[in-house]
Ligand binder design. Sequence first.
Ligand SMILES: [Zn+2]
Length: 252
Amino acid sequence: MLLFQAPPPTRFDLNFNLFGFPIRVHPFFWVIAFLFGASSNNLINILLWVFAIFISILIHELGHAFAMRYYGQSSRIVLHGAGGVTIPESIAWGSSYANVALSPNQQMLIAFAGPGAGFLFAIFILLVVALTGGVVDLNAAYLFGILPFPYAHYPNGSNIVNSLIMTFLWVNIFWGLVNLLPVYPLDGGHITRYAIMQSDPWNGLRKSLWVSVFVGAGMALAGLIFLESMYTALLFGLLAFQSYQILQSRQL
Ligand SMILES: [Zn+2]
């Protein structure tokens, strides 16, 4: 996700550098990751969730960060309670500071690079399992009865390793797909914005916000009726409402 505001630094932040990118982890990141895993009733599974979410969101944000670097834009990464954000940083430009001007196509690629990095990681996991004697079934399960969902495991492997594989596949594939929905501030919202703006520079932003309102509301209803997931309904209801508010406030 690109647009959520990063929370201010706290003294409980974890700070480190990876591949030359400064990375900050806000304490709420751990709290929310823990709550995601808390539906499972044993501590090891909860910790597996926290680990898998941490690695997966880091890979997602590194996808954005490497794509920005490819276009000459430096960035830093913040993981927080609502996921993560890759923030472009001003670079020295002669005697002043400036951001690199990115074309709509480059912006679309940067937005796609997050979910794209997750999909590549899922393929990597499937390959490793297949090459080390595990079982990989690409059509083992179906998401919502529509999308085939790969399943991989070691028949004689430990439960911990098998749970970790399934969690990695689930987070990187399923969350990646959700992230590509044309709803702000998901990556798909940004992709839609720059795609529409290519043909309609004046009204592109406004149109992409309306797409966000309708798809967000549709997902909220689908979440409630078909998935019976209050979490999905609330999340997408909130995102649709947020887009509607931006439309109203900006007088676009
Ligand atoms: Zn993203």
